[in-house]
Design a binder for this molecule. Structure first.
Ligand SMILES: [Fe+2]
Ligand SMILES: [Fe+2]
Length: 306
């Protein structure tokens, strides 16, 4: 049992390493943060000649149905898909903010990690408002996950702690990141969406660094039972986050044959392999943190993350 005991000098070293990371993140945020209300062009009306996302990221790209769609239909679809991803982003950012606030409740406010955590909550608050305005500008209705998933999220945000909370945060942020990196550089995508994605990519890179650091730190003192349980919790959370990204109503709202679109999207190998290749870095991290247990792998495979 002696190996799992935290010695005072370990604790001290742990704290000072955590302080260095938080200091760098706070400095970086002070240098480069955005106010979406001022940075994003909210006033110019939406040009329907633009995509909402890079077409290669569409859930239908590469299917027979995609081949039959006109350019106008494809653009309408990627606009709904981008709005859905943003709306799912809001859902997850609210879960995340509550988990981070719960984690920091009554902790030492002079600790720089405490100050960084609140900076991150403030970022997410601005992001969610930005995503809400962006989705509205894309002409989308409110997209929310299925009722059962909303309730699972409610339980998760109330109960998850330590590495389970921070690793799930990391997965959601990484999956959004890989898409948004492509969209922000793509000239086919509406300029205001590119700005939104750019802001998000810059600010989230700091969040991901913190999430990776916290996941590692929390796991250091976790025994095998806790690690196994939390690996599974993170994998299940990731499965529902990733499979909720594109709402099943986007096809009807883009004027497509919903039944056919859902069925072809469900078996779209192009989309699955794009997800897998984009998430290889994330999976490497989870493996190095020893969170890719066998039961966890089952859910990552089902979500086409590996
Ligand atoms: Fe965010
Ligand atoms: Fe974030």
């Amino acid at each position: 049992m002696a190996s799992s005991t935290v010695r005072p000098e370990d604790h001290h070293q742990d704290r000072s390493v955590g302080q260095d990371v938080a200091r760098r993140l706070l400095d970086s945020a002070a240098k480069l943060s955005y106010d979406p209300a001022a940075e994003v062009d909210w006033d110019t009306p939406l040009d329907p000649d633009h995509h909402g996302a890079s077409p290669e990221w569409s859930t239908l790209y590469g299917t027979a149905y995609w081949q039959e769609l006109t350019e106008v239909q494809r653009k309408a679809l990627t606009r709904q898909e981008a709005a859905s991803v943003a709306s799912t982003g809001i859902w997850f950012e609210m879960i995340l903010q509550q988990m981070v606030l719960r984690d920091m409740y009554a902790k030492d406010p002079t600790d720089l990690r405490f100050q960084w955590a609140l900076t991150e909550v403030a970022d997410e608050c601005r992001h969610s408002i930005m995503f809400a305005r962006g989705a509205a500008k894309l002409g989308a209705p409110a997209y929310r996950p299925r009722r059962a998933v909303v309730e699972l999220g409610r339980a998760f945000k109330t109960l998850a702690f330590g590495e389970a909370a921070y690793a799930a945060i990391l997965v959601a942020e990484e999956v959004l990141d890989v898409m948004q990196r492509d969209w922000m550089r793509d000239e086919r995508v509406a300029p205001f969406v590119r700005t939104i994605n750019n802001i998000h990519v810059v600010e989230e890179s700091r969040h991901m660094k913190f999430a990776r650091d916290e996941t590692r730190r929390r796991l250091r003192n976790a025994g095998p039972v806790r690690r196994h349980i939390n690996s599974l919790v993170v994998a299940i959370a990731s499965y529902y986050i990733v499979t909720s990204m594109v709402n099943r109503d986007v096809y009807a709202n883009a004027g497509l044959d919903s039944e056919r679109a859902r069925s072809e999207a469900g078996t779209n190998e192009h989309h699955k392999s794009l997800m897998r290749s984009s998430c290889s870095g994330l999976m490497e991290f989870l493996a190095s943190a020893r969170l890719l247990t066998k039961p966890a792998l089952f859910f990552y495979k089902r979500a086409s993350l590996i």
